[in-house]
Design a protein around this ligand. Structure first.
Ligand SMILES: Cc1cc2nc3c(=O)[nH]c(=O)nc-3n(C[C@H](O)[C@H](O)[C@H](O)COP(=O)(O)OP(=O)(O)OC[C@H]3O[C@@H](n4cnc5c(N)ncnc54)[C@H](O)[C@@H]3O)c2cc1C
Length: 596
């Protein structure tokens, strides 16, 4: 297991490009899987996009049934319970390519296969798994996840829904109100979280959807986006649930809820990728066709700028998502090799990378929103019209920043979990952080570095950006101790630094691996994207580092840290980012699609 990089360790361990997985490493099975998902999406979803915008909930359900018939709902489910038992990368891959056409379907798919099914496959007893999972895997039944309540959103453990044990000890009666429940309108099974007595933590239950058993619903919510995803309030009134339907143990519900969300977060990031590819392709096609001032608008620098930026963020999202997916898969395999059950290995494997899952959720959900926003701008007035795919892409993208834990919560979680890991000794941040402290006091080297190898300077820059995080977060922990939690603006800034480091490093490593395989001259645009991403990451990190340092350090300490920040964000050779954008945009425009 020692070879597998631990969650959060990317920050202090040098990663070689050979050791990361990239989309270019898809094997034959994965390529076949991707192509069959794409075929389904083009035929059943993209071709009927208008129906999803017209609140055709029945069509979403019908497409979910078809996805079940084609086996797409069973990818992650172990073979023993009627699934395909595929690896984690495959499940992420399906999530990616099945989600691009419409957020309505991707939400239904994600809520069912993720938070609606995973709590049972990960925490269910053998009997529960035998009873429910095969039906969920085939699409005979659909699942929904009832955590949120009117008074309990981000503070998910504060729900008021109660579960009361009957006198004979055979059943619980559940009473409470849940809201924003995806798939509620057509599901057969709910995962419901409720509190028993005055327990500190909630408990999970599997509840079959039976209106005769005290389960009622409000009408569908009318939402900004994902309009054909069923979202309802669900009321449980003395709903009788057999004791054997408790998931795991009493009081374990919060843990189940959070772990289900960890898996959900990386899958949500994946689910934002194909949406970006489709927006980029539609935007390039439009930019090539649309003529103003006797010129296709694709020839205008202002439009080329947007296309290059959109493609770069999508490429970075792919790089980081698939890197983390394979790390999770490897961790699961290593645990199984040590004798853990698949259930336990998967649980711990994903938990290990919870930091990366939060990073990805935030980064990719914000990228898809920006991408769709620029897509609208490229379409001009037509972008604002329902007749083009841009406005629905923009509306659908918006929810990704809210559910599966808001981006504020995920930002704070990413840094909080990393600090906790360091405190427990799971990742050594202390040693590297004190080395950075010593470096700040030392005299910088004035040697002329050798940057002749591809990405030599960029990789050195990433190593320096990691020092910015260690310097800022390390000093902040020293200064505030456990009270750091209440300095949220500082945590948010530290999180932005962490996110940019992971995304930039993943993009560079993917491209380095690709260049070694194909030859650098064949992947000029990918190299340009990696360099452009890094340049922008350096800018963000400079700004976030500065505001953090100024917020908590004063006098000599502040001066020393600001000098350190300058040193750690300094390029020897500034890339010409206008030229980089032109390189990227020219390729997109020539190919008339997202082509990386
Ligand atoms: C379309 C849709 C589908 C959904 N599907 C499901 C589902 O299937 N099952 C389910 O259980 N839930 C579902 N949800 C609920 C979703 O997970 C919650 O909306 C989300 O967790 C945020 O909770 P909230 O809406 O109560 O916002 P709040 O928690 O009230 O947050 C409001 C704002 O305050 C911020 N905030 C809150 N707490 C803090 C804090 N400690 N520090 C800093 N900022 C904070 C938030 O980031 C946010 O910006 C869905 C929601 C929507 C809109």
């Amino acid at each position: 297991m020692s070879d597998v990089t631990r969650g959060g360790q990317f920050l202090v361990k040098e990663t070689k490009c050979e050791s990361i997985f990239t989309p270019e490493d898809f094997n034959e099975e994965q390529i076949m899987m991707r192509d069959s998902v794409k075929e389904f999406v083009d035929k059943e979803l993209w071709a009927h996009k208008a129906r999803f915008e017209q609140k055709d909930y029945a069509y979403t359900e019908a497409c979910m049934k078809k996805a079940g018939d084609l086996g797409f709902l069973s990818i992650a489910v172990p073979e023993a319970y009627g699934g395909m038992g595929m690896g984690f990368v495959n499940t992420v891959l399906v999530c990616d390519y099945i989600s691009g056409a419409t957020g309505s379907f991707s939400t239904a798919f994600g809520a069912h296969t993720g938070i609606g099914t995973m709590p049972i496959t990960l925490y269910g007893s053998e009997e529960q798994k035998q009873k429910y999972v095969p039906k969920l895997a085939s699409g005979e039944w659909f699942g929904a996840y009832c955590l949120t309540e009117p008074g309990a959103g981000s503070d998910a453990n504060s729900g008021k829904t109660k579960a009361v044990l009957s006198e004979d000890g055979k059943t619980y009666k559940i009473t409470g109100q849940k809201m924003w429940i995806s798939n509620a309108g057509f599901c057969s099974v709910f995962i419901v979280f409720a509190r028993i007595g005055d327990d500190k933590n909630i408990t999970g239950f599997i509840v079959e959807n039976d209106p005769a058993n005290g389960i009622t619903m409000n009408e569908e919510e009318h939402k900004l986006g994902i309009r054909s995803s069923s979202t309802r309030q669900v009321f449980f009134t003395d709903t009788v649930v057999p004791v054997e339907n408790m998931l795991s143990e009493r009081g374990n519900g919060f843990k189940i809820a959070m772990n289900a969300l960890n898996v959900g977060r990386i899958k949500l990031a994946a689910a934002c990728l194909d949406a970006q590819r489709r927006v980029i392709t539609s935007s390039v096609e439009y930019a090539n066709e649309r003529v103003q001032f006797n010129t296709p608008i694709a020839k205008f620098g202002a439009i080329r700028y947007k296309l290059a930026e959109m493609a770069t963020s999508c490429y970075a999202g792919e790089s980081a998502t698939y890197r983390a997916s394979k790390d999770i898969e490897d961790r699961i395999a290593a645990r199984e090799a040590e004798g853990a059950s698949h259930q336990d290995a998967e649980l711990k494997g994903v938990e290990e990378y919870a930091i990366e899952c939060s990073i990805l959720k935030v980064a990719v959900s914000e990228d898809v929103q920006n991408c769709a926003d620029e897509g609208i701008q490229i379409f001009g007035g037509m972008g604002f019209s329902e007749d083009t795919p841009m406005e629905s892409a923009w509306r659908d993208a918006r929810i990704a920043r809210i559910y599966e834990g808001t981006n504020e919560i995920n930002r704070m979680l990413s840094v909080g979990m990393l600090i906790k890991k360091a405190m427990k000794g799971h990742v050594d941040l202390l040693g590297p952080a004190s080395k950075v402290g010593e470096e700040l006091l030392g005299i910088p080297s004035f040697d002329t570095p050798d940057y002749s190898e591809l990405f030599a300077e960029e990789k050195e820059m990433v190593a320096k950006l990691k020092k910015v995080f260690l310097m800022v977060a390390g000093s902040a922990v020293q200064k505030y101790g456990p009270d750091l939690d209440s300095h949220q603006q500082l945590l948010m800034a530290a999180s932005d630094i962490l996110i940019e480091v992971y995304m930039a490093e993943s993009t560079i490593l993917r491209t380095e691996k690709l260049a070694k395989k194909e030859g650098a001259d064949k992947v000029e645009q990918q190299i340009a994207m990696a360099q452009l991403y890094l340049y922008k990451a350096v800018d963000i990190i400079t700004q976030k580092g500065k505001e953090s340092i100024i917020s908590f350090a004063e006098g000599d300490e502040q001066r020393m840290m600001l000098m350190g920040l300058k040193r750690f964000t300094k390029y020897t050779n500034m890339p010409n980012i206008v030229a980089l954008r032109n390189t990227i945009a020219s390729k997109l425009i020539d190919e008339n699609q997202y082509c990386f």
